[in-house]
Design a protein around this ligand. Sequence first.
Ligand SMILES: [Zn+2]
Length: 125
Amino acid sequence: MEKEIDLDYFRSLLESRKDEIERNLSAISSDIEELQGLEVNDEGDFASISSSRYTDTMLATHQLNELKEIEHALQKVAKSSDLFGICEMCQDDIAKERLVAKPFAIYCKSCRELVEQRGKDKKTK
Ligand SMILES: [Zn+2]
């Protein structure tokens, strides 16, 4: 089956997502700096500040991971059109609908499910 992947389309999709994340990250880091500059006397205040800082940190970590995945995908787009849209586990084509929803996907649907299943198993043990 002929692959019909419009690399330019996915490249711009990835780049705009990357810009968005970079903006989010700089907003988060200035929030964290602001919080760190606050004087905290009350224990209650401290609890609410640290939990919001915790949320920011979690968010930043998540966004950083996504940013890495996006950069990885962009490298594949730059290197060769044969690399982009191919599952890194089974080498099958990743469904186009899946790439539109998640252009930095590195696994096809069934491999993704396998990986997620394994991740869940680890957490419960
Ligand atoms: Zn696969």
